[in-house]
Design a protein around this ligand. Structure first.
Ligand SMILES: *[C@@H]1O[C@H](CO)[C@@H](O)[C@H](O)[C@H]1NC(C)=O
Length: 144
């Protein structure tokens, strides 16, 4: 028989599992490929409007990949940003890298990249800074 507390624990574990994978396509297959994100790595700094390569480890794919189509989503404070407009989609997950442009998001230190193969995997926290401007590059110029 289940005691009340073990039922509660089971329920909480179930809720935790579902909230982690909410909105993520998660086929319950054994041959899922969850590519580990290599870059942007810890301490990386991106600028709004610039292009960067996202890279992930493709050295240990399962024998049979059920879904080769990849998708890259920006994550802030653990929440996926604008899932309808991912940073990239419909590319071959086995290429191991894809160039993305940083959208016009609020600067902050708590961003992560999520790469989806069969399931998603987030990379390390990194920072996004505001768009580079002419002014910030050339700050010593004075009008005369
Ligand atoms: C991304 O990688 C490709 C292939 O190595 C390279 O041609 C491209 O310049 C890189 N893009 C950026 C923004 O670094």
């Amino acid at each position: 028989m289940f005691s009340t507390s073990s039922l509660t624990l089971f329920f909480l574990a179930l809720v935790a599992t579902f909230s982690l994978v909410a909105a993520a396509p998660t086929p319950l297959s054994r041959d899922v490929f969850i590519p580990p994100v290599l870059s942007p790595g810890k301490g990386a700094v991106w600028h709004v409007g610039e292009r960067y390569n996202v890279t992930w480890d493709v050295s240990k794919p399962p024998k049979q990949i059920t879904n080769r189509e990849g998708m890259i989503v920006l994550v802030n404070k653990g929440l996926m940003i604008d899932l309808e407009h991912p940073l990239a989609e419909k590319f071959d997950i086995m290429t191991g890298s894809h160039e993305v442009e940083v959208p016009d998001v609020k600067p902050g230190t708590d961003y992560q990249i999520l790469v989806f193969g069969d399931s998603g995997n987030t990379g390390e926290m990194f920072e996004i800074l505001p768009r580079k401007t002419q002014n910030s590059i050339d700050t010593t110029t004075t009008d005369s």
